[in-house]
Design a protein around this ligand. Structure first.
Ligand code: HEC
Ligand code: HEC
Ligand code: HEC
Ligand code: HEC
Ligand code: HEC
Ligand code: HEC
Ligand code: HEC
Ligand code: HEC
Length: 548
């Protein structure tokens, strides 16, 4: 985990050409790029993005890109220094042209699918904002999960233990149940302090003094770590494999996913199990429980018994909460060295893909066994293992739904009685609560408390989707909006349109997408307008489409 343990991805190429070539083209490697690499079709063509009263102009001059931000009665220009993403979305980082200073995150994202600009803050469950504000500082908030750095700095919080100040990329464990946590024990305090102190000096900070040593180190990392302190830009080989210099010079020395140093030891469930160690490597970054949004799945709260995350980027933490985490790994369905991750993952959604699961759960292999277990056509979409056990209910990077990575069952009582809509409704959006719950009770011998279900849905005769639109938590409503769109029933148009002014703007984009499907025409709306103007435009759109 020390800086001198790292060799850089280029050092691996000569012996691992296959991994290197695949990884080189993968989205994770291309994650963060210098602005100079910005090529092709980009939004920097002089267009203006309007957000309420404020405006942002995107332009290019002499091979460089600029943001001109007009807000709070003044105009500031920023030169783009970095591009983040490039797969579903691009975010930008820039420096104030006149005043210089930190590289800060620009307030507008470019959505590559719909080719639209969106307010950056609205990519997570944040509340409505009054105007355009650039920020935060890139190196304080984004740099660790998107790039390769000496992992020692990522372990400061874990070494400090509970109550350490939180910072980007800190270990996931505080958000896991006690029994699933790993701990980083400092076995040689003096050597640890020397190593951390040296690294802080290396990044331009001060060597922490005696009291609250690690807390000071965390503050120092936040304040001093910058791009020039990275091992390399983007997710390099050693983001996952950790410092492999010793291995590169003598392959008999094995690499390790578990952090190693002379002065620390990692203990916890699954240390030594290749599956858990692999998942943990992914969890260094795929662990986000984003923003201050208070709720999680399973009726949990972000602060206090958090359940799984409702949005992308929390996959590995969700997975660690789920059923198979002691043996199944991410790499059963994803190839971390591959160019097209999505095509590989999609295989797990097919009949052949069930074999990934039946490799361990052999008693559900074969049509008869599967039919008896799942009560669905073994050849159809309702028969796929992931259909029920990794339900497609999370908010994705593209205002669609993606798979929830906490492996469990749609009948789990904390899902049935605490989350909306019922997971069976993901495919049976038009059914009533009573019908779906009744089938679960009949098929799998369950029993659910009707009073709790009535409190959730208002009535057992309601459809879970409509009731969730009316009464759900915001993340539940996003899921229900997507499903309402799939139903394409005009009678839902009004209930969907009500969410165009949702208090969490990200949900508005789900409402817009659903209305487009229901009305069968593309949206004329600009969701970045003031609410009054947006409401008027929405009324006009519905009227024009003949919705009463
Ligand atoms: C000089 C050639 C060479 C270089 C350079 C090299 N490797 Fe290896 N690597 C090997 C060989 C040979 C094996 C197989 C060793 C074995 O099976 O015992 C291997 C195995 C591995 C493995 C699987 C086994 C293990 O050690 O965990 C990983 C992971 C790995 N290398 C990663 C890397 C990374 C990351 C780099 C760059 C920092 C790198 N290698 C650089 C030769 C090299
Ligand atoms: C705790 C780790 C973590 C932090 C901190 C973090 N990200 Fe991410 N980010 C991720 C992960 C993981 C993904 C991939 C999610 C997926 O594919 O579903 C991601 C995806 C993205 C994407 C979409 C990538 C694409 O190609 O479409 C962008 C853009 C992005 N992040 C920007 C940022 C910015 C800007 C910041 C700082 C404000 C930031 N991230 C902070 C983990 C993090
Ligand atoms: C996103 C994380 C990640 C990145 C980045 C990554 N690897 Fe791996 N690598 C893994 C995992 C996980 C495994 C174990 C694969 C498994 O469980 O099947 C692995 C396995 C390997 C192996 C062992 C051969 C094998 O197929 O089992 C080699 C060699 C290797 N990686 C080299 C590299 C090199 C070289 C790079 C950079 C060019 C790299 N890896 C980048 C996660 C990563
Ligand atoms: C250093 C942080 C980091 C680590 C470690 C990491 N990832 Fe990622 N991963 C990211 C970021 C950032 C993205 C967003 C890249 C994008 O989609 O442009 C991402 C994207 C992905 C995607 C989505 C790609 C797509 O096609 O949409 C998958 C799948 C993924 N990672 C799997 C893994 C697996 C499996 C591991 C562990 C073996 C892992 N990641 C380890 C940061 C990381
Ligand atoms: C049983 C197969 C399976 C396993 C195991 C699995 N995934 Fe996935 N994952 C999928 C499928 C399928 C998708 C595609 C969902 C889609 O495109 O709608 C996906 C999507 C993703 C995405 C993209 C999410 C997005 O924004 O759309 C990321 C990132 C990801 N997985 C990371 C991981 C990580 C990290 C692990 C291990 C902790 C893991 N996955 C384990 C099947 C799996
Ligand atoms: C490498 C082995 C392995 C694979 C492959 C595997 N699992 Fe599991 N699974 C386990 C283990 C171990 C448990 C825990 C069993 C226990 O506690 O008795 C488990 C538990 C479960 C549970 C019960 C979870 C709960 O909370 O009640 C479900 C459901 C499940 N697995 C579904 C799947 C599905 C679906 C797949 C394919 C995507 C899959 N498993 C692949 C090993 C595996
Ligand atoms: C239509 C939904 C559905 C499909 C498809 C489905 N399951 Fe299940 N599965 C369930 C439900 C519901 C439960 C919980 C039953 C219970 O608690 O008695 C469950 C429980 C499980 C369990 C935990 C109980 C146990 O037997 O250890 C495993 C493992 C499992 N399923 C594996 C699979 C595999 C593997 C596949 C694909 C071959 C699959 N399931 C397909 C609905 C489904
Ligand atoms: C991935 C989509 C999907 C999921 C998830 C799903 N189903 Fe289905 N369901 C289907 C499909 C497709 C059919 C029709 C073909 C078949 O029997 O598989 C069906 C058929 C049914 C039927 C029979 C309807 C009839 O008219 O005969 C019932 C009842 C049912 N599902 C209940 C459930 C329950 C309860 C759950 C949750 C445990 C569930 N489904 C989850 C897709 C799904």
């Amino acid at each position: 985990v020390l800086r001198e343990d790292y060799a850089g991805s280029a050092a691996c190429a000569r012996c691992h050409a296959a991994e290197y070539v695949g990884w080189f083209a993968s989205p994770m490697h291309r994650m963060t790029r210098d602005s100079a690499e910005l090529v092709g079709d980009t939004p920097f063509d002089g267009r203006t993005f309007r957000f309420k009263e404020d405006a942002v102009v995107l332009s290019a001059r002499g091979g460089e890109r600029f943001f001109e931000i007009r807000a709070e009665g003044r105009t500031r220009s920023y030169r783009v220094t970095r591009v983040i993403g490039g797969h579903h979305r691009e975010d930008y980082v820039g420096v104030d042209v006149e005043r210089g200073g930190d590289e800060i995150v620009m307030p507008v994202s470019w959505l590559l699918g719909p080719r639209k600009l969106r307010y950056k803050g609205y990519s997570v469950m944040a509340r409505e904002r009054p105007g355009v504000r650039p920020g935060p500082v890139w190196s304080e908030t984004c740099i660790f999960c998107h790039n390769t750095y000496p992992y020692l700095l990522g372990l400061l919080g874990a070494m400090a233990g509970p109550g350490a100040p939180s910072y980007q990329g800190a270990m996931v464990d505080a958000l896991l149940p006690e029994a699933r946590r790993w701990r980083v024990l400092v076995t040689d305090e003096v050597a640890m302090r020397a190593a951390v102190g040296d690294e802080l000096v290396r990044i331009g900070g001060a060597r922490p003094s005696e009291g609250a040593f690690l807390e000071q180190a965390i503050a120092g990392t936040r304040a001093s770590f910058g791009a020039s302190d990275l091992v390399e830009l983007g997710v390099g080989c050693e983001s996952c494999h950790l410092g492999s210099r010793a291995h590169a010079s003598d392959p008999r020395t094995k690499t390790s996913f578990v952090p190693r140093a002379s002065f620390l030891r990692v203990v916890g469930p699954g240390v030594g199990s290749p599956a858990v160690e692999t998942t943990r490597a992914c969890a260094r970054c795929h662990q986000v429980l984003f923003s201050r949004y208070p709720y999680t799945w399973e009726g949990g709260l972000r602060r206090g018994a958090p359940g799984g995350s409702h949005i992308n980027s929390g996959e590995a933490r969700d997975f660690l909460l789920g059923g198979c985490a002691s043996q199944l790994t991410c790499t059963a369905c994803h190839d971390p060295h591959a160019r097209d991750g999505r095509a590989i993952a999609a295989r797990s959604e097919t009949r052949e893909g069930d074999a990934i699961c039946t490799a361990c759960h052999a008693r559900y292999a074969g049509d008869e066994a599967l039919r008896a277990h799942a009560h669905h056509d073994p050849a159809g979409s309702g028969g796929r293992c992931v259909a029920c056990h990794m339900p497609k209910k999370n908010m994705s990077l593209e205002a669609t739904l993606t798979r929830y990575h906490r492996i469990g069952s749609p009948t789990d009582s904390e899902r049935v009685l605490r989350d909306r809509p019922l997971e069976c409704a993901l495919c049976h959006a038009g059914e009533r609560v009573q019908t779906l719950v009744g089938a679960m009770e009949r098929w799998w011998g369950k029993k659910y408390d009707r009073a709790v279900l009535e409190a959730l849905y208002g009535s057992l005769d309601a459809t879970p989707v409509e009731a969730t639109l009316a009464r759900g938590k915001p993340h539940e409503q996003a899921t229900a909006l997507f499903l309402a769109g799939e139903l394409r029933e005009r009678r839902l148009a009004r209930a969907v349109a009500a969410h165009l002014l949702h208090e969490y703007p990200l949900v508005r984009f789900y409402a817009e997408g659903a209305l487009e499907k229901i009305l069968g025409r593309s949206s004329p709306l600009d969701l970045h307008k003031e609410d009054d103007a947006l409401a008027a435009d929405a009324r006009a759109w519905l009227a024009e489409a003949g919705v009463r």
